[in-house]
Design a protein around this ligand. Structure first.
Ligand code: ZN
Ligand code: ZN
Ligand code: ZN
Length: 273
């Protein structure tokens, strides 16, 4: 499974568009891995996890053919993860690729409701030949292409899922946005072995909400997965979805998380599992 992080920032991005805090000023000045766009992941060039408002710049930076995307998996409907208006760009005259295959979209019913709300009935009708939505149900695996995807309960907002994504014997746990996993999710993971965990670390130091994780939560996730044999010593852990509010640029974040055996994702990071 080839994984590419397209974005690793929280809702406001890093630097925050309008923010002038010390971390944002430093991030702007230093650039590179200190700049985090809204969170998304591209798997094998065909499965896109979330549709952030930064997809244009992400695709341009890494010369990605977004026309090759066959599947879109949506975690939840917050605007940093599901910029539904972008779907209109699949059709003419915004897209002139005559042989574009359908884009299959998967998510909770809330995702469909957001599409109806943002695009409206007439636009959805125009997009009918180009997109097809399938509602996913909690803890019920769905298979498309070479992927089997199971939505697990997130601790975030109504209709939010985290996903177990399996392909060709490899298993990825895509865990944002979420707070510390609910017990039903822990129960589901018993007896499964995960090769990589990508997890919410919105603010590693403190959190004002139970709907995102801190570094302490990440460490507990790592320990518990190991204790219940859902991971091995070789499982790879990467933290993502960072907010500027922690004040951490990329390098100090890496130094801190390395102590716990957790890597720090950055925009453009490629991982093979
Ligand atoms: Zn988010
Ligand atoms: Zn800031
Ligand atoms: Zn969210």
């Amino acid at each position: 499974m080839h994984i590419r992080y397209l974005g690793t920032g929280a809702a406001e991005g890093f630097p925050g568009v309008f923010c002038q805090c010390t971390a944002c000023r430093e991030s702007r000045a230093q650039g590179g891995r200190n700049v985090r766009r809204r969170s998304s992941m591209l798997i094998d060039g065909t499965l896109l996890v979330d549709l952030p408002p930064d997809l244009l710049s992400q695709a341009a930076e890494w010369k990605l053919e977004m026309g090759g995307i066959e599947y879109l998996l949506v975690t939840h409907t917050h605007a940093d993860h599901f910029y539904a208006a972008e779907l209109s760009n699949l059709r003419a005259p915004y897209c002139l690729h005559a042989e574009r295959k359908k884009l299959y979209i998967y998510g909770s019913y809330a995702v469909w409701e957001r599409m109806e709300q943002v695009l409206g009935v007439d636009e959805l009708k125009r997009l009918e030949p180009l997109i097809e939505f399938t509602e996913l149900k909690l803890f019920t695996p769905a298979t498309f292409g070479k992927y089997t995807v199971t939505p697990l309960q997130a601790r975030h907002c109504p209709g939010a899922f985290i996903y177990l994504i399996e392909s060709e014997g490899k298993v990825l746990l895509y865990a944002n946005d979420t707070g510390f996993f609910p017990e039903e999710t822990w129960d589901f993971l018993v007896g499964r072995s995960v090769h990589m965990v990508s997890m919410d670390c919105t603010n590693p130091v403190h959190s004002d909400t139970p709907n995102h994780m801190t570094l302490e939560d990440n460490v507990t996730v790592k320990r518990r997965l190991f204790q219940q044999k859902s991971s091995t010593a070789r499982t790879r852990y990467l933290a993502t979805h960072f907010s500027h509010t922690s004040g951490f640029l990329h390098r100090p974040m890496e130094e801190r998380l390395r102590l716990y055996g957790i890597g720090v994702a950055y925009d453009g990071l490629e991982v093979e599992i």
